[in-house]
Every structure is written in structure tokens, then in C-alpha cells.
Design a protein. Sequence first.
Length: 512
Amino acid sequence: MEIYGYDPTGFDGELVTIEVDIRRGIPGMDLVGLGDEAVRESKERVRAAIRNAGFCFPPDRILVNLAPASVRKIGSGFDLPIAAAVLAASGQLASSPDLRAIVIGELELSGRVRPVRGVLSAVAIALDHGISVSIVPDENLAEAASLGSRAYGVSSLGDCASLMDLMAVGRFPPVFDAVPRFNSQATTVEGDFSDLHGQAVLKRALEVAAAGAHNVFLFGPPGSGKTMAARRFQALLPDLKQEDSISVTRIHSLAGNLGANEGLISRPPFRSPHHSASLEGMIGGGRYIRPGEISLAHKGVLFLDEAAEFRLDVLQALREPLEEQRVSISRAQRSAWLPADFQLIMAANSCPCGNLGRAGGICVCSPQEILKYRKRMGGPLLDRIDIRIPVSPIGISELTGIPGESTAAMSSRVLAAVDRQERRYEGLPFSRNGRLPPALIGRFCSLDDDTALAFAKAVERLALSSRACHSILKIARTIADLEGEERLRKSHVLEAIQHRRYGDNDFFWDQT
Ligand SMILES: [Zn+2]
């Protein structure tokens, strides 16, 4: 049997061939092929596990080679394939030269198999290489089985050996019923939009943002409902399509976030990192090039509450992924990439003390303090945000008024609009208005003469930049989609301007 292991670095990781050579000599095991500490320690675990599982550890010179030798291997997932390869090479397993399998798992000294991260990526890469048999820890079977390969779960080295003996004589046990199981992360939504009384402008902006995948910036004093609204946003988004569900689950599996027996993630993730987040925690990295918050938010929402409090390097590092929908990370000996196609929602107070813009509030900040505070989020980051909405606390009359529209009512319009966009952009590399590249805006957001004239007047009166114009046309496209219309009308454009009235520079706050 040809046995493969998996190195979980970055999104793709690396398929690794496990070769074992046993010859007479001073007993011992040499492991070559650039393993990290965890891989090198695997020698000791493998030796103990083989003995404790009732097999014989060969009293010879054993050479284990992890190929390709040029790639640095990390993690403890190589224990099980190395042990299986040693058993096969020493004739303790039935021979099956034509069989190829990917084998993943950490071994306890007792021979028990422990779950590892990155199993779904491992199975995906193996399938790409034509390897359809995978042997994984029991706890990882649900994710491994979700790609429709022949996936088997094992709980011990003994289990793994018996399974390989059966396969060698062509007796493949029936595979796990691969009905995707869904992950508990599906339900993290707090409350319903009907809890937000009043706030019609804010709710409409979030509905438009959800429909068109537009990035959003909410600004206003504390207690105005920014956080409450953002936390309800995820529920407006449609379920993930299967392809996205797989890539999202791969990322969360690589990060070690999937629980035992959890299958595909079906809902868009919602990530809300604290403002003290490190650059590595946000962007990804470390020795293992693990996914950061921007990748964990892939195909979902990254919510930065108190955005101005985030480290400047963290905010600046969001620019590349917002543009490319992916992130490249280089560490000492490896470089890798991770998907990071997320929708950004930023919320911030209008000034450091928070009182600016609050009715009756007295701001105690100096002009210099306010300028410094605003600059943090200005410029290139703000350029990538279509919708900017000032949020004010609501009055007592609104608080006691009739409840607002529910999440269900809003999301049904969003789903219909998403559907229209997917049909319109079929075959193109994007599927939502918020991702429309500038070169294609003219094609998909054309205006009739009357509307074009009204737009030109507004552009002049409000001194809108060309970037603002692009944003407005994309937002108008989404508003038309929400109304089920293919043609952009004047009312769509005029509403879109309201969502993007605030400029690209420091002054956008002063208009609240
Ligand atoms: Zn202030």
C-alpha cells in the first residue's frame, strides 16, 4: 500500500509520501525529510504505540522518509501514517501494492488515535491527486466524508491495521453515510431586527449591504445601536453554497475550530475579534501559517466594533485582502495563501470621548485628538467601503413605538436579490454587486438619459469623487435588485446617494 500523509500549512497544505526502508543494523529509527519538532517526536510515539497495540516494533534499522524532502513538515498528524507504513514494511499487514490511501492521525502511546486539524483539506488534496481512500481519526470522519470519498474513521492503530488488512483483500467496509452534518457554528445570531425600534435608515442600509455584499461603516455615539444591529446582520445572509461551505469548513478545520463529528459549515461565519487583536491573529500566520480572523470570516462577516481602537498595522493590513479576497503569508521557510473573501462591517464612535453627535452630549476632545482618531480609519481602508451610515440614538417616542420589521421579512427580500445577481453574473468571477470591478460598472449599471442627468447634478453638488460614484452605482444596482427590477431608475440612484453621502476624507463625521 502506498501511504500518504498531509502537512497542514496554509489553505492547500502538502501531500506527503511516507517511505519506509527496513534493513539489518543497529536497531533504531531515523526520520528524514524536514520534520518539525512534533514530527521528530513522532518516532517515540510510533514506537510505543506499535508495541502497545500488540505488534512487534522491528528490531532493525528503520529509515522513514517524508517526501518531498524540500518541504518543511509540521504537526503530529504524521504519527498514524508512519506507524502504518512501518507495519506494512515489516510484513505485519497484508500486502496490497496497488492500493493508495491518505492516512492522518496523532497517536497516543497506548495506540489510541487522536483527532487532528486540517482533515477536510487533506482529503480534498488527496482527491485532487486521485487518492480516494482516506483513513482518519473517528472524530474527524464527518468532515472527511463530506467530499464523497471513501473515508474511514479509526479509533486506534489496531483498528487502522485491521482496516488495511481488509482492504488488501479487496473487502472495503461500507463507507460512512455522507449526509453532511452541520456545524454548531450555524447558530450564533443574537436577537431579531424587530428588536430595533425605529432606526429605519440603519436597517435599510444593512438590508442593502446584505443583498449586494457591500462593506459597511457605521459611526455614531455609544448606545446608538451600531453593535446591536451588526450582530443581527448575519441572519440576513443566505446559506452558503456547497462549494463555499467546503472552503469555509476547510479553513475552520485548519484552524482547529471544528468540534468532534462536526461536518460542513452551512451558514456564513460571523467573526467579531476584539480590538486588541494582534496582526497575526487577524491576518493569519505563525509557524503553522494558521488562518486569522479575516480567513475565518471567509464568505461571511468580519465585524470590527470600536474600529478606531484597533492597532494601526492591523487596520492597514485589511487593505490587501479587501482588494484580493485572499491573503499571502510568508514565514521563515514557507509561504502560503489563505482565502479571505469577507464582508467588512466597521463600527466606531464619532470621537474618542464618544459624545460628538449625541444630542445634549458635550464632547471633551481637542480638535487634534479628533483628527488623529479619524485618520486611523480614513483613506485607503475607507475607499473600500461602499456604505457609510451615521447612527444616532433613537428618541423615547421611537422606543415605545410599534416594533420594526423582522429579520425574516428583510432576509426574504435579500435572498431574492441575491438570486437575481447570481443569475446575472453567472460565469463571471464574482456574483454580487459589491464585488463588481470598475471596468464592468458601465455594463451592469447603465442609466437612462434622465437618470444620468440627475446623477451628474448630484455629483457636482456633493462634489463626489469617482470612487464615490462607483460605489453609488453599485449600491443603486443592489437597490434595483431588491425591488426586482433590471433597469436602474432615478429613485434607486437617489437612495444610493443617501447610503454614500459621506466623503472619503476626514469631513464625513462633521455632517452628523
Ligand atoms: Zn469627544
